[in-house]
Write a protein that binds this ligand. Structure first.
Ligand SMILES: NC(=O)c1ccc[n+]([C@@H]2O[C@H](COP(=O)([O-])OP(=O)(O)OC[C@H]3O[C@@H](n4cnc5c(N)ncnc54)[C@H](OP(=O)(O)O)[C@@H]3O)[C@@H](O)[C@H]2O)c1
Length: 333
């Protein structure tokens, strides 16, 4: 065990995209696990769009990260010392351990994972929180029926890529919206989407008319903004709009809400938001299903690996520039 633990602490509330000056890089001695606790060495830090929202001093589903606190983040790593019967040194785990190299935790706050079944960072992506988000959001709220059309934005990302694959596993049509030809090719060729729409180069309303001639039965929204409005304008009767995220708005001071919401009335449709953490008691169900499909070769779990603890700020900003394909993680050990 190295003697030092580097940490990114929130130093200021960001205005727009995060900057280096919004953080303090601190170094402390590696903590000692107490009775019933374990020490985890972090290997991969998860970069999630929600982290931007956690930095704002605003009411949300979790309290904001306090100034001076270690930045909240999901982590995958290895237990290096254990004072608990529940976990042993050498066990691979994930948990909300923050942007730091080591953390002490109680076993109940960690999920033990099996790196022989999938690479460790996949448990931060399709087999972890983003995968559970896709699972509950699509299957519990979206409820796609065979033959129906599922539209998903942010389709080449961590959550969106799983949504399209789950739609196909449930015999629905999967139409994805993503930025740029490479991502569009990836979701069709590697993830098995039926169609991709490149929102950076194509006219989204026109392409939705072309590719969703009978309308959209389920719209899984990761981005909000104009794309949400284009999808609302194309809803089928009794459609379900699943509000998972609105990344196009996270860095802006003026949040743009939907204009075309009367489409819900016209089509007898619904729009429902959700937070994956509320499904905590059902995580084992999602984990079993997703790891099962992955083992059968039916679920691709691509990760996009950046390197270097000191590159945390630039790496987080890559999400907002669309510079990741699949689940973005930072390898730090
Ligand atoms: N409700 C929940 O419990 C829950 C849980 C997890 C995640 N989420 C939400 O799910 C969404 C996806 O998260 P993720 O972790 O899977 O991230 P991700 O999709 O892997 O990465 C973000 C992607 O968003 C796209 N994007 C960025 N700016 C955009 C813009 N202005 N307009 C359209 N697309 C833009 C980029 O792809 P392009 O190159 O295609 O633009 C980028 O690669 C986020 O909104 C996140 O907050 C919600």
């Amino acid at each position: 065990v190295s003697a030092q633990n580097r940490q990114f602490r929130l130093g200021a509330r960001p205005d727009g995209p995060v900057k280096h000056s919004d953080f303090e890089l601190t170094t402390e001695p590696v903590p000692e696990p107490g009775e019933g606790e374990v020490l985890v060495r972090s290997e991969y830090i998860s970069l999630d769009p929600a982290m931007r929202g956690w930095m704002n001093d605003a009411r949300s589903y979790v309290p904001p990260v306090g100034l001076g606190e270690v930045m909240r983040a999901g982590v995958a790593g290895t237990v290096v010392a254990s004072n608990s019967d529940a976990l042993n040194a050498g066990d691979a785990v994930t948990g909300m351990l923050g942007v730091q190299e080591y953390a002490v935790a109680k076993p109940q706050a960690l999920i033990k994972v099996d790196p022989s079944l999938a690479p460790l960072p996949a448990y931060l992506g399709a087999l972890g929180m983003p995968g559970w988000t896709a699972y509950f959001g699509l299957l519990d709220i979206g409820k796609p029926q065979p033959g129906q059309t599922v539209l998903v934005s942010g389709a080449a990302g961590a959550v969106g890529g799983v949504v399209g694959q789950l739609a196909k596993l449930h015999d629905a049509r999967a139409v994805g919206i993503a930025g740029g030809p490479a991502k569009c090719e990836y979701i069709v060729q590697e993830l098995g989407f039926d169609v991709a729409i490149d929102y950076k180069h194509e006219d989204v309303p026109r392409k939705l008319r072309e590719h969703c001639p009978d309308g959209v039965d389920v719209y899984f929204d990761n981005v909000g903004g104009d794309i949400l409005d284009a999808a609302l304008a194309r809803l089928a009767r009794k459609a379900r709009v699943v509000i998972c995220g609105a990344i196009s708005q996270y860095n802006s001071a003026e949040f743009q809400g939907p204009k075309n919401y009367m489409s819900l009335l016209i089509n007898n449709a619904s729009m429902t938001g959700f937070v994956v953490f509320n499904y905590f008691s059902r995580y084992p169900e999602a984990i079993a299903a997703l790891t099962g499909w992955h083992a059968e070769g039916k679920l691709t779990a691509r990760v996009d690996v950046a390197e270097g603890f000191e590159n945390f700020v630039e790496t987080l900003n890559r999400l907002f520039k669309g510079e990741n394909t699949g689940k973005l993680v930072l390898k730090i050990a």
